[in-house]
Design a protein around this ligand. Structure first.
Ligand code: ZN
Length: 313
């Protein structure tokens, strides 16, 4: 793959994010950083250093919709924008979608026993929505689709970290662009997000994520270009390590269940002050471990007065 990494700053705790310029029959940018001025400058510089101008980019392909990856689609008004159909909701941000999103999170957080003032604070994170791009997609990608202009580069749906997540695998070289499926230094958060069809049950993000990791483990990938940090070559052992660590964390949550029985109390016990700084991330992490414990038969849950109560099975 004729690929060049462009490192972009973000205002998020994760630090820098990577975009990738790939030259095939088409000139394609994979991911586009958050919609901040420093990220724009770094993106423009990176593209120029490769001998191109912003206008030369023919298409932008998104690994997922999160704002650190999908913001600057707005900088390429003439390029095609490709990604999962779920990305489109976040780009258009229609009144209907924003209303659905708010209702979804409010109900979810109430079931988690989160206090009302914290729910308002979490839902009020308006800046988050402002760093998204606002260009509707020009084409939706599906599992197994080839990226236009890049023969043999195939999109694989790998949900969990995001409900829109793809990796792109070049079959003949084994090189792949991995988004946030597997990162070199940190584990990916299984964020709670509204379901793709905007109805029905909450997706069980950690269970989806584990299935996606196992899918990755079965592929023959020689080099995975990641959304943050350096590329990963020893994929199978790293996946095994991540899955083992996740199981260990779940066992820790199971122990805490002797004193705490809902997502909010468990999150505070697990994360302490980090909950105050990153309530969305920490609640998602706890809920993921609980979904795992229930799915694996270690725990069960029932609704009591609108709150989901967990107990050892
Ligand atoms: Zn990311």
């Amino acid at each position: 793959m004729n690929i060049h990494k462009i490192v972009l700053p973000t205002p998020y705790a994760i630090g820098d994010v990577n975009a990738f310029l790939v030259k095939g029959d088409a000139l394609t940018l994979f991911d586009a950083g958050p919609k901040t001025k420093p990220a724009y400058e770094a993106l423009a510089r990176g593209i120029h250093e490769q001998g191109y101008s912003m206008d030369d980019i023919e298409q932008v392909v998104l690994t997922h919709h999160h704002p650190d990856h999908a913001g600057w689609v707005d900088a390429f008004p003439k390029a095609d924008v490709l990604g999962h159909r779920y990305v489109d909701y976040w780009m258009r941000q229609s009144a209907d979608f924003l209303h659905y999103r708010e209702t979804f999170y409010r109900e979810q957080l109430e079931q988690e026993n989160v206090p009302q003032e914290d729910i308002d604070r979490i839902l009020d994170a308006r800046e988050e929505l402002e760093l998204f791009g606002t260009r509707p997609l020009t084409r939706f990608l599906k599992d197994g689709d080839e990226v236009p202009g890049h023969p043999g580069l195939v999109a694989y749906e790998t949900l969990g970290h995001a409900q829109s997540h793809f990796i792109f695998v070049e079959e003949h070289t084994g090189e792949a662009i991995g988004g946030d499926l597997l990162l070199e230094k940190v584990s990916s958060n299984p964020l709670v997000e509204p379901p793709v069809d905007l109805k029905g049950e909450r997706p069980k993000s950690l269970l989806q994520y584990n299935a996606s990791l196992k899918r990755l483990q079965k592929m023959d990938i020689s080099k995975l270009y990641t959304g943050h940090g350096d590329a990963v070559t020893a994929i199978k052992p790293l996946v095994a390590e991540r899955l083992t660590r996740q199981h260990d964390r779940a066992m820790h949550v199971l122990q805490l269940m002797a004193q705490h029985n809902n997502v909010y109390d468990l999150t505070k016990a697990l994360f302490g002050k980090t909950y105050v700084k990153q309530p969305g991330l920490t609640l998602s992490e706890t809920l993921g471990q609980l979904d795992y414990l229930v799915a694996e038969g270690y725990a069960r849950s029932e609704m009591q007065n609108g709150v989901e109560i967990y107990m050892p099975a």
